[in-house]
Design a protein around this ligand. Structure first.
Ligand SMILES: Cc1cc2nc3c(=O)[nH]c(=O)nc-3n(C[C@H](O)[C@H](O)[C@H](O)COP(=O)(O)OP(=O)(O)OC[C@H]3O[C@@H](n4cnc5c(N)ncnc54)[C@H](O)[C@@H]3O)c2cc1C
Length: 288
């Protein structure tokens, strides 16, 4: 069932962005395929989102259909060392499920707030781990029908995967992850350590969309921005976090435009000062 004029600020961690003309949250791969065919038959653009934790949606919103792959598509099971999960599962819950089954590999994911589908798209990672190498098989919907890729067909690299070249055309519905047997206490210890590292270093008390930029070769983003004296720089309600300069946080009322202007300003200054081009890790969708 489509909802008209749905405010996308409700489904993004930053809480900014205009409306979707039509919004739908499918509950099965069949409904995903149906929606994709419906969009094609009616010549409507189709945009896919997960939990919106890596997104800035522009203030004018998104034309056509926005399909959110989220909690109705969130069943998961473990057989041996293979964890099979629908794309709307939260990464943090899957990390805990792996722990319950004494399986190691997903510890890095415990504090990443997005979906498995979004993580596959972004090849999400942290603390030396990433989702790509764990993937055994990705099930997706393309041209209104269900297909699958093996890990080798998935072509992942740092914060990138084949899905990014096929944005909105290939919709992940389920992923099989191959994990390694481990000791429950070691797995838990790793997860706890990652969580406390996150809490001490990241501005989790404010809305954000995670790291703003990808790590440029040979540099770290946070220190570059800090050295340029940009911590605390603010445009409207968007501010470079004083706790971790790699994050832009929302402080009070903000528009998507504030974030986009601040990103452009940081890019300009870092290029001038250090000759380094910063590429956004955050995905920017919609129209002004
Ligand atoms: C506080 C905080 C900390 C974070 N820490 C990390 C971190 O340590 N490491 C890291 O990598 N990321 C991190 N992130 C970013 C983000 O959580 C991840 O990239 C996450 O995997 C995105 O998932 P999502 O469901 O929110 O996707 P969204 O943000 O909704 O979408 C991201 C992209 O994925 C595509 N997409 C989503 N679902 C699907 C699907 N089912 N099929 C096809 N395409 C899809 C969308 O089209 C979009 O282009 C952090 C974010 C926050 C707010």
């Amino acid at each position: 069932m489509f909802i008209k004029n749905y405010p996308l600020s409700k489904v993004t961690s930053l809480g900014v962005g205009g409306p979707a003309d039509l919004f739908i949250k499918p509950a099965s791969a069949g409904e995903v395929a149906y929606t994709q065919r419906f969009a094609a038959d009616n010549n409507l653009p189709l945009t896919i989102i997960g939990y919106g934790t890596n997104l800035i949606i522009r203030d004018g919103g998104i034309r056509g259909i926005v399909m959110q792959i989220a909690e109705p598509l969130a069943r998961a099971k473990v057989e041996g060392r293979v964890l099979t999960a629908q794309a709307g599962c939260l990464l943090g819950s899957l990390s805990k499920l792996a722990l319950q089954h004494h399986l190691s590999g997903l510890e890095f994911a415990v504090g990443i707030p997005g979906s498995l589908g979004g993580a596959a798209f972004m090849n999400a990672g942290a603390y030396g781990g990433e989702i790509g190498p764990l993937i055994k098989r990705v099930q997706f919907v393309q041209n209104g029908t269900v297909g699958s890729w093996s890990r080798d067909e998935f072509h992942f690299s740092y914060r990138s995967s084949r899905l990014q070249k096929e944005q909105d055309k290939t919709i992940v519905t389920e992923v099989e992850l191959e994990l390694a047997p481990g000791q429950k206490k070691d797995i838990r210890q790793k997860m706890d350590a990652f969580q406390s590292q996150r809490k001490s270093k990241q501005p989790l008390e404010y809305p954000s969309a995670g790291s703003t930029f990808k790590r440029p070769p040979g540099h770290y983003v946070g220190p570059l921005i800090e050295q340029a004296g940009l911590k605390g720089l603010r445009i409207g309600g968007a501010e470079v976090s004083a706790k971790h300069a790699g994050f832009i946080i929302k402080t009070g009322e903000a528009k998507a435009r504030d974030f986009l202007d601040l990103i452009a300003k940081i890019q300009e200054i870092i290029l001038q000062e250090f000759g380094v081009e910063l590429e956004p890790e955050i995905r920017i969708l919609g129209e002004d």
